[in-house]
Design a protein around this ligand. Structure first.
Ligand SMILES: Nc1ncnc2c1ncn2[C@@H]1O[C@H](COP(=O)(O)OP(=O)(O)O)[C@@H](O)[C@H]1O
Ligand SMILES: [Mg+2]
Length: 274
């Protein structure tokens, strides 16, 4: 059984793409089959996995979504790239912004991405969708396709207002399109442990949201090494294997895997008792 996770936050620069890369490759290192989906027109995920000209790729997520909208056929491995660190990638690029526009006038406009993900997910243990920094149609599509959401939050800012909007959107998607959608948790990123400010934000987030949401135990530290990885096309585990960011992403991967295992067990018991 596969699990589809959307990595979402409508604010830019909160560590969504970095988290998608290092969680995905972390899960692959644990022997899981992983597909990463770049659902951001900026193509940062594609770029940071070493495909530096995402706009020149012959097939990308936009191509496939277009075919899905037109009810044209495609092979389920069309366009999928294989990264050296054992993850697969469905690349994304600027063409996704045109797709966002055409989605508006399409039937089943919220579930076009889900149709694609449902067609490929059985080959994988985990599918991670790196979302755009907006709550537009592509993000709604990602939430409609997902089993759960992980919300990276940058520790420099008090997330209060943005979080409320995102949580409301998730709740709406759950009511109207995807009742099984859950929130795995909030991940604090770019935490500068030398400052009291970062500690305050961690404290406030856990105090204000901790009773209704999981705030992951692991916090991703601010690390130049982590920032460098996107230019390298590699994960933090290769770029700086013994550094603090690699350790943190490993611990975070373990937390995510534990949630996945628990849900699988529960699902198995439910199926068994039917
Ligand atoms: N732990 C970290 N420490 C320092 N810089 C980071 C860290 N994680 C990500 N970055 C950098 O911060 C910027 C935004 O991160 P990114 O993952 O692209 O966020 P998003 O996808 O939410 O826009 C990028 O330049 C990235 O390299
Ligand atoms: Mg990004």
């Amino acid at each position: 059984m596969s699990k589809v996770i959307a990595i979402a936050n409508q604010k830019g620069g909160t560590g969504k793409t970095t988290t998608t890369v290092n969680l995905g490759i972390g899960l692959a290192a644990q022997g899981k089959k992983v597909l990463l989906v770049d659902a951001d027109a900026q193509g940062n995920l594609t770029d940071s996995l070493g495909y530096q000209e995402p706009d020149n790729l012959p097939i990308s997520l936009a191509t496939i979504l277009n075919k899905t909208m037109m009810e044209e056929t495609y092979e389920t491995n069309d366009g999928i790239l294989h990264h050296g660190e054992a993850v697969d990638l469905m690349p994304g690029n600027i063409e996704l912004s045109a797709i966002e526009v055409s989605l508006v006038n399409t039937m089943s406009r919220e579930t076009i991405l889900r149709t694609y993900i449902d067609a490929v997910k059985d080959k994988y243990d985990y599918v991670l969708i790196d979302c755009m920094p907006s709550l537009g149609m592509m993000t709604i599509n990602a939430l409609a396709a997902a089993d759960s959401v992980i919300i990276p939050v940058q520790a420099h800012y008090l997330p209060a207002k943005g979080m409320t909007q995102l949580l409301q959107t998730i709740a709406r998607v759950r009511r109207q399109i995807n009742p099984k959608l859950t929130i795995d948790g909030v991940l604090l990123t770019m935490v500068d442990n030398r400052t009291n400010f970062a500690k305050d934000i961690s404290f406030i987030l856990r105090r204000d949201y901790g009773h209704k949401l999981r705030v992951f135990q692991t916090e991703i530290p601010l690390s130049i090494r982590a920032a460098e990885t996107s230019a390298e096309g590699k994960s933090i585990y290769v770029h700086d294997p013994h550094g603090i960011a690699a350790k943190a992403y490993q611990a975070f991967t373990k937390e995510v895997q534990d949630i996945g295992e628990k849900q699988r067990k529960r699902q198995h018991q439910t199926d068994f008792s039917r």
